[in-house]
Every structure is written in structure tokens, then in C-alpha cells.
Design a protein around this ligand. Structure first.
Ligand SMILES: Cc1cc2nc3c(=O)[nH]c(=O)nc-3n(C[C@H](O)[C@H](O)[C@H](O)COP(=O)(O)O)c2cc1C
Length: 244
């Protein structure tokens, strides 16, 4: 069995459940640092998240130095999680890197033979699908064409505008964020995702590119005894899960 790709179902679900069930949003951390190798492994696992067209529209800004962390915690409204975490990670969606990444995907294709369909996808289909044109005019044209063609057959209904591209990149980036949180938990560390931050200050502090979107800032570290504020609860799933 290839340990990297195969898993035995009996042990996996139990281990998975333990990781998922023990993950909590932790608001207070101890001073203990996360070892570099652990952090590195978690970030690598984060990037294995599924993502749209494998265009990997994300970036991670890892802040460990106490000076920058202090400033970033301040920009995160001085939340306890941000103030006490030994590491803060800004998780950034990049709706604007798809063209370069499509080129890179072709250059770095991991097999000797590049399948024709892959080449066609990245050179011909992706540029039509993701390019919204100047001021979004191409997106508008695609949307209009889609409205007509869509009367008789299924068609993609987006992304058809720069703001839909933001949603496009954010979806995949949020999955990477979740992988990161679960990887930290599996290593015995914890996290708190935060959207409570001053976006303008965070971007300025970390020099986030103009088109990047700070999806969340993740506080990470070792859970303090008083790190979890309340019992975990969710609404009854019968209210939210629809079997059709
Ligand atoms: C996108 C997102 C933004 C969040 N922002 C904050 C935040 O700014 N501060 C905070 O303390 N918790 C934040 N949380 C954590 C949620 O409050 C928490 O996930 C929720 O209450 C459920 O608790 P649990 O994660 O322990 O299961 C955020 C979670 C998500 C997914």
C-alpha cells in the first residue's frame, strides 16, 4: 500500500473524526512556538486542498516575528486569539493569478506526456472562462451569450464578472484554510480563523497585492487551558441537510 495515497478505512475514519471533532476555534494560546517543520508541513497540506482548475489561487503570509505580529494583532482588533498566538497567517485569495498559473501548470505538468486535453484546457478554455476583459465587458458578453444558449442546454453561469472572480478565488482559498486548520489540529496545535480585522491595515502591513483578498487571518499555536470559550454546538442537521 502506498502510504501517501492509500488509507485503510477502519483507522482513517476514527483518526479523521478525532481531528475534526477536537478542532475548535481557540481564543487563547500558550507561548509555545510551532516548530518550523510542523508549520511547513501544515502549509503544504493546506495547498493540497481541492481547487478550481488546479489554478491554486491562494497565498499565505506567515507572520512569526513578534514586532510584526503585534502590529497585525492590533489590525485584528486586538482579539485575544491574535494577541496570544505565536503565529498569524493571512490567507489571501488571488483572483488575478489564473493566467500565470495556467501557464505554470503547463510548464510544470508532472508527467512526461502532457495530455492534449490538458493543454487545450489551459491554453484555450481557461482564458475564455476566466478572462472578464477590460471593465468586465467580456464577462458581460459571456453572460449574455450564456443566457441565450442556456435556454436549450446547460451552460456554465459564471464567473462572469470581476466580483464573481473574487468569489471564485475565495471558494478554493477557504478550502485551503480548512486543510490548514485540520493539519494544525492533527499535529496537536490549534487555530482560530478570523475575519474580524481591519482589511486596509492588514493589507498595508503585509504588503498584500492590490488584487489579493484577505479571506481570513488565522491565529495558530498551542491551545491554552482557557483557550476554548464554550461548548461546541451546531443546529440540528435535519434543518440544514436536504436529502432529495
Ligand atoms: C470565516 C470565519 C471568520 C471567523 N472570524 C472570527 C473572528 O474574527 N473572531 C473569532 O473569535 N472567531 C472567528 N471565527 C470562528 C467562529 O466564531 C467559530 O468557528 C464558530 O463560532 C464555531 O466554533 P468552533 O470553530 O469552535 O466550532 C470565524 C470563523 C470563520 C469560518
Amino acid at each position: 500500500m502506498n502510504a501517501k495515497t492509500d488509507v485503510s478505512p477502519e483507522t482513517t475514519i476514527d483518526e479523521f473524526r478525532k481531528v475534526v471533532r477536537s478542532r475548535r476555534s481557540v481564543r487563547r494560546f500558550t507561548d509555545e512556538a510551532i516548530p518550523d517543520a510542523v508549520l511547513d508541513d501544515c502549509l503544504e497540506l493546506a495547498t493540497l486542498a481541492p481547487n478550481s482548475s488546479n489554478l491554486q489561487p491562494w497565498e499565505f503570509y506567515v507572520v512569526r516575528s513578534s514586532e510584526l505580529r503585534g502590529k497585525l494583532a492590533h489590525a485584528c482588533l486586538n482579539q485575544n486569539a491574535a494577541r496570544t498566538a505565536p503565529v498569524l497567517i493571512a490567507i489571501v485569495a488571488r483572483p488575478d493569478t489564473w493566467r500565470d498559473h495556467a501557464r505554470q501548470a503547463l510548464q510544470e505538468w508532472p508527467e512526461t506526456r502532457l495530455p492534449g486535453i490538458v493543454e487545450k484546457y489551459y491554453t484555450r478554455i481557461a482564458p475564455i472562462h476566466y478572462n472578464q476583459g477590460p471593465f468586465g465587458v467580456l464577462g458581460l458578453a459571456k453572460k449574455t451569450a450564456g443566457l441565450f444558449v442556456g435556454l436549450t442546454r446547460p451552460v456554465p453561469r459564471g464567473p462572469y464578472s470581476p466580483s464573481e472572480m473574487k468569489i471564485w478565488a475565495t471558494k478554493s482559498t477557504a478550502l485551503a484554510a480548512q486543510n490548514l486548520m485540520l493539519a494544525l489540529r492533527a499535529h496537536g496545535f490549534d487555530s482560530c480563523p478570523m475575519e474580524g480585522f481591519d482589511d486596509w491595515r492588514v493589507r498595508k502591513l503585509l504588503k498584500v497585492p492590490r488584487k489579493g483578498l484577505v479571506v481570513m487571518v488565522l491565529a495558530a499555536g498551542r491551545r491554552a487551558d482557557n483557550g476554548v470559550y464554550n461548548q461546541q454546538y451546531r443546529f440540528d442537521k435535519r434543518q440544514l441537510v436536504h436529502y432529495l
